[in-house]
Design a protein around this ligand. Structure first.
Ligand code: 13P
Length: 253
């Protein structure tokens, strides 16, 4: 059985006060669900990680970062290492979010290096994959998703794959209010699980968690979660409102 997983990606939002308030409200609203019925994580901006870790301490809510660099330390101005994230109490880290790929210009190769380094540093990576609208329209969705999987998981053993979560986030559904239909999500999630089966075998693929992200709301969470291969949700905008995020956690649980 794959336990559902709901993560809130706060992106470049919140401030020192609202990040702590939001984290505490998520803890209060998910009491009895987080950890027992569903894995819950919040992913604040780097600078609020420590205070959010403190705000959720001894609750079932985990904390993760939105990005990481692959070098452990050194002259890499502005970068944050896996060890630093671990040091402040992070459990998860996003690798290859579409905004990093398409706005910040991260290459497939860089995403793969970050994921390997994150695992090596004891973090649980969430590898984001997903196509642009024009790629979908050109019939390239599967090729793009397969390339993101292949390069993101390059050189990873089956054993290590068990620590990785995949998040399918079609770029055209992110922040647009245009959610993928449950069937569209299921089709791609099944494609991802088949890809994992081919590479890592049925057992690893059967245990792998595949999240859907892109305009997830309290209103559509349940029907997305009802799909066989949708194991959880990666939530952007709706994770900034505690009530809405808690509704999504309840739907997933
Ligand atoms: P929205 O839920 O705001 O569409 O963002 C999705 C996302 O990018 C989560 O990582």
């Amino acid at each position: 059985m794959r336990k559902p997983f709901v993560a809130g990606n706060w992106k470049e939002n919140t401030d020192s006060r609202s990040s702590v308030e939001l984290a505490k409200a998520v803890v209060a609203g998910s009491k009895g669900l987080a950890r027992e019925k569903v894995h819950v994580a919040v992913l604040p901006p780097f600078v609020y990680l420590s205070s959010v870790v403190q705000a959720v301490s001894s609750s079932g809510v985990a904390v993760g970062a939105q990005d990481v660099y692959f070098e452990p330390k050194g002259a890499f101005t502005g970068e944050i290492s896996p060890g630093m994230l671990k040091d402040v109490g992070c459990t998860y880290v996003l690798c290859g979010h579409s905004e990093r790929r398409h706005v910040l210009g991260e290459s497939d190769e860089l995403v793969g290096k970050k994921l390997t380094a994150a695992l090596g540093g004891g973090l649980l990576p969430i590898l984001c994959v997903g196509e642009l609208l024009e790629e979908r329209d050109r019939g390239q969705m599967e090729a793009v998703v397969a390339r993101h999987l292949k390069t993101g998981l390059a050189g990873l053993s089956a054993e290590k794959m068990s620590a990785v979560t995949i998040a399918y986030e079609p770029v055209w559904a992110i922040g647009t209010g245009r959610t993928a239909t449950p069937q569209q999500a299921q089709d791609v999630h099944a494609f991802i699980r088949n890809w994992l089966t081919d590479v890592y075998g049925a057992e690893v693929a059967g245990q792998a968690r595949i999240l859907y992200g892109g305009s997830v709301k309290g209103d559509n969470a349940r029907e997305l979660m009802a799909q066989e291969d949708v194991d959880g949700l990666l939530v952007g905008g709706a994770s900034l409102k505690a009530d809405e995020f808690v509704r999504i956690i309840q739907a997933a649980a």
